[in-house]
Structures are given as C-alpha cells and as structure tokens.
Design a protein around this ligand. Structure first.
Ligand code: ADP
Ligand code: ADP
Length: 237
C-alpha cells in the first residue's frame, strides 16, 4: 500500500501557437490520497485529469511543486529509482493498449520480460495472473479474438504483473457496456481489498465513482475544486 501527496503541483505547457499564452494544465494542486484508498477523479475534458496521472507515474514532472509517493519526492528521482517506481505503479487504459501481435500470455508477460525476470518465474506468474482475472482458458488467444471486457482483464493482469502498490486507471471502463463495466469494477474492487492496492481512477461516469471509490476529487480548469467522501459530494444538491 502506498500513499500519494501532491503539494502545490503546477504543470504548464508551452503555448500551442506562437504568441499565445502558456497552457496551465494543473494549477497549484495539493492533494493527499491515503494508502489503500480508491480515489475517483472526475471533471470535464481538459480539466487536467490525465496530466495528474502523468505526474503520478513520473511520465511528466511538474513545473513547480512536489509529488510524493510514500514520502519520497518522485520529481527528484534518477533513472534507477524511476525504473523501480514504474514497476510499483500499474496503469490501465480506455483502449486497453494491448500488443496485437502477442498472445494474452505474451501481453501479461511483457512487463516481467522488461524487468528481466527468469523464464520459469514469468511462466508461473503469468499463470497466476491469468487465474486471478479468469482468463486461463484464453492464454494463447490474440487480443482481436477477445471481447472488450476480456481485453481489459488482460490489461489489468499486465498492470499487476510486477506487483504494483498503486494502480492508475484512465477511463478504464468507458469503452465497455454496462454489464462488462460491472465485471471490471468487481475485479478492481478485489484488487483493492484483497491485494491492498491503492487505486486512482479517472472517469466521467458517476456510476463508476459511486460503485467503487471511497473518495472523489472534482477537477476544473486544472484545479481541484472539491474533494471528499463520495456520498457527501455526489449527493449534494
Ligand atoms: P483531461 O484529462 O481532464 O481531459 P488533460 O490533463 O488532458 O485534461 O489536459 C489539461 C489541459 O492541458 C488541456 O487544456 C490540454 O489541452 C492541455 N494539455 C495536456 N497535455 C498537453 C501537452 N502535452 N501539450 C500542451 N497542452 C497539453
Ligand atoms: P507471444 O506469442 O505472445 O509472444 P509467448 O509464447 O512468447 O507469447 O509467451 C510469452 C510468455 O508467456 C512466455 O514467458 C511464456 O512462458 C508465457 N506463457 C505462454 N503461455 C502460457 C500459459 N498458458 N500459461 C502461463 N504462461 C504462459
């Protein structure tokens, strides 16, 4: 389990056109996410949600402010620490981002191959992960042979391969129908409760927040405009 703390995090992008003002994607965001929490982030398109996730997995560094994970400021990490950090953070996506030319097992094995794990360990771990997400029978299938829900379960198994303490989900159920969404949410709930993984999920679906999150963060124009328990925020008039 891991806790996350942003302190006055600001991210500014250079102007898109010459002479225009810089884009402030995140504007002085301070935020704490407790270890073991499921934190939902909502807000309109352009609110800064994806930028927030990219700061958490150190894909971007803030223009100013700090991003801490378990008390360590990751904006100051060197290459070695960043590699370690990336294994500690799993990520799942709206469009799944699977490798079409690799099998289900091959997709799940990928982060372990990158980490240089021994063959036997990979085989064992992949089998364990496929069992966890209920895809053992589909190990040798290719992504194009799978339903959307199955593809996202492969994405989840791959994200869990290195035993991360944090899982970041970017609109992970937005491409799925309601029944499949419930199935994926059930799996995420187990990952949180059984494995103790801290989850930060971006979504525009209120139902997803209601059914999974402990707390909600509402973003607008790069700022956190509201945060609190889901029940308090989403039942407000
Ligand atoms: P959301 O995920 O809530 O839709 P984003 O974090 O993607 O919001 O974007 C926040 C703002 O930052 C938007 O105005 C967007 O156009 C801008 N932005 C995001 N990424 C970049 C980038 N790489 N370069 C320039 N502007 C960006
Ligand atoms: P691809 O054709 O997708 O590249 P590979 O056959 O190279 O897939 O397998 C990728 C990895 O997945 C290997 O490390 C392999 O040991 C493991 N693997 C393959 N099939 C299974 C399976 N049924 N159960 C567990 N691990 C498997």
């Amino acid at each position: 389990m891991s806790f996350i703390r942003l302190t006055s995090a600001t991210k500014t992008y250079p102007p898109q056109t010459k002479g225009a003002a810089p884009v402030v994607a995140l504007d002085d965001v301070s935020l704490e996410i407790a270890a073991g929490e499921v934190c939902g982030v909502i807000g309109y398109s352009g609110a800064g949600k994806s930028t927030l996730l990219r700061l958490l997995n150190a894909l971007e560094t803030p223009t100013s402010g700090t991003v801490e994970i378990d008390g360590a400021d990751i904006t100051r990490f060197g290459e070695r620490q960043l590699r370690r950090l990336r294994a500690d953070i799993g990520m799942i996506f709206q469009q799944f981002n699977l490798f079409d030319s690799r099998t289900v097992a091959g997709n799940v094995a990928y982060p372990l191959e990158v980490a240089g794990r021994p063959r036997d360990e990979i085989r064992h771990r992949v089998a364990e992960l496929l069992d966890f997400v209920g895809l053992t029978a589909r190990a040798r299938a290719y992504p194009e042979q799978l339903s959307g829900g199955q593809k996202q379960r492969v994405g989840i198994a791959r994200a869990l391969a290195t035993n991360p303490r944090i899982l970041l989900a970017d609109e992970a159920t937005s491409a799925l129908d309601p029944d499949t969404t419930q199935e994926v949410l059930g799996l995420l709930r187990r990952i949180n409760r059984e494995l103790g993984v801290t989850i930060v999920l971006i979504t525009h679906e209120m139902e997803v927040i209601r059914s999974l999150a402990d707390r909600v963060v509402v973003m607008e124009h790069g700022r956190v405009i509201e945060t609190g328990p889901v029940f308090d925020i989403l039942s407000a008039p």
